[in-house]
Ligand binder design. Structure first.
Ligand SMILES: [Zn+2]
Ligand SMILES: [Zn+2]
Length: 176
């Protein structure tokens, strides 16, 4: 299996070092490019929900244009080497879960293995078990009554009719 060497080099340049984790994300991104006939997303047309925050996420940012800032990279912290991709225009959705592992291989050998293995062998190909997240929204902001830092509405809490940011709000937990 060949891979796009130029794209891989650009990706490594973006991440600033070469590592096996980056190669996993790169293969996922390259697979989606081919499968859906897309390049890096200019706006939010391709959305990635990543279930880890490791090196591979940087490759997905570079290869598919999914970034935290644009709102089309969503971190769903599950500690899994899994990524879901959604295409907003065609409604396609796919979840890639790494299945191959490189136990016993050196770092160099792992890198080589990930780059050269077919994505179908590298990943289990599934359907996401969650919905496409809504588009990035803009929220009004207000200052926190305690620290006075301007905070987006959906992250403010109310206590005694005053607004508090999450860092200043003392949660009164009535669950038992
Ligand atoms: Zn890395
Ligand atoms: Zn505050």
């Amino acid at each position: 299996m060949t891979y796009n060497k130029k794209l891989w080099e650009e990706c490594a340049n973006f991440h600033r070092h070469i590592c096996p984790g980056l190669a996993i994300g790169f293969k996922a991104g390259e697979y989606i490019r081919k499968l859906w006939g897309v390049k890096a997303s200019i706006d939010e047309e391709i959305v990635c929900v990543t279930e880890n925050d490791a090196c591979g996420v940087d490759a997905i940012s570079y290869v598919l244009g999914c970034s935290l800032g644009k709102g089309n990279l969503i971190f769903r912290d599950r500690g899994k080497n899994a990524y879901s991709f959604f295409h907003r225009e065609t409604s396609e959705a796919i979840r890639l879960v790494r299945k191959a592992n490189t136990k016993g291989l050196s770092r160099e050998e792992s890198l080589e293995f990930y780059l050269k293995t077919d994505p179908e062998e590298l990943f289990e190909i599934k359907k996401p078990h969650y919905e496409l997240p809504p588009k990035a929204q803009f929220f009004s902001s207000s200052p926190c009554s305690k620290c006075e830092e301007i905070t987006a509405e959906h992250r403010l809490r109310i206590s005694d009719d005053k607004l508090y940011c999450l860092d200043c709000y003392d949660e009164y937990d009535r669950r038992w």
